[in-house]
Design a protein around this ligand. Structure first.
Ligand code: NAP
Length: 260
């Protein structure tokens, strides 16, 4: 006999979402899509205020609510200031997309400086962990919150290792995978789900920032689906993981990589 299952709503009516690095690429696509799904979105950026304001205007033009907030996720004081702004201007957070991430130019380990290695881990790993810490302090039922959902941006690089290109970045994303598994278990009983999305070759400006503007075209023959993916295709997976439709999904590492 079939029994009906009552789903527990995990979020309050006004759902507040922070997307880090949302001024362009996967973060911007996620902010736009989440706003269409009813989230009020804090659009974080670090340098490009104009691009972040354009994302906010786009959301508002479709009837949504959004606010652009500057903070370098690698700077704890800036992260704390951003969360204070979210608390005061939007309300209690129930969604986080830890999307801000950087690569550096192609190099072998033997040519990587400690400054480069530190930046890779400060932004991609410690930044994500500090932002998640502040989110947990607001979402956790142990802290008076009503639960929530965290999605970390990892990468197919965590499986592939990215030799001769940026194994520092790949190692940082490996840390994000492990962080996702651990945090998911740590806060599962406090109403918070934690998952990661691992995009493959996605057509955004991150490749140009690593000195390889044609990287997607150059490598797409290695992808079983024979093409790069779009920011929108990654955003769809992220917004599903954020939503109550994924209410029993936690601790998953979801590959969005065309089979690679
Ligand atoms: P992108 O186009 O380069 O955009 C990066 C975003 O992060 C920008 O909004 C940038 O803001 C922001 N950002 C950079 N450093 C930051 C910092 N310290 N603090 C706050 N924001 C910061 O990147 P993307 O391709 O959309 O990638 C998004 C995420 O997906 C990253 O975590 C990346 O590692 C991951 N990913 C991407 C791919 C891919 O092929 N594109 C594949 C696997 C994983 P400003 O412009 O204001 O500086």
């Amino acid at each position: 006999m079939l029994t009906s299952v009552t789903q527990q709503p995990e979020t309050t009516l006004t759902r507040i979402l922070l997307v880090t690095g949302a001024s362009r690429g996967i973060g911007a696509a996620t902010a736009l899509l989440a706003a269409r799904e009813g989230w009020t979105v804090a659009v974080n950026y670090t340098h490009n205020a104009q691009a972040a304001e354009q994302v906010v205007s786009h959301i508002q033009s479709e009837g949504g609510k959004a606010l652009a907030l500057q903070a370098d996720v690698a700077d704890e004081a800036q992260v704390m200031r951003m969360f204070a702004q979210i608390d005061a201007q939007l309300g209690r957070l129930s969604g986080l997309v830890n999307n801000a991430g950087v690569v550096d130019v192609s190099a072998k380990l033997e040519d990587m400086s400690v400054a480069r290695l530190k930046r890779m881990f400060d932004v991609n790993v410690i930044g994500s962990m500090v932002v998640a810490r502040e989110a947990v302090r607001r979402m956790s039922t142990s802290h008076g919150g009503s639960g929530g959902s965290i999605v970390n941006l990892s990468s197919a690089a965590s499986r592939l290792g990215s030799p001769n290109q940026y194994l520092d970045y790949a190692a940082a994303k490996g840390a994000i995978d492990t962080f996702t598994l651990g945090l998911a278990k740590e806060v599962a009983a406090e109403g918070i789900r934690v998952n990661a999305v691992r995009p493959g070759l996605i057509d955004t400006e991150i490749h140009a920032s690593g000195g390889l503007p044609h990287r997607v075209k150059d490598l797409q023959h290695l992808v079983p689906m024979q093409r790069g993916g779009s920011a929108q295709e990654v955003a769809q997976a992220i917004v599903w993981l954020l939503s109550d439709a994924a209410s029993y999904t936690t601790m998953s590492l979801l590959d969005v990589s065309g089979g690679r």
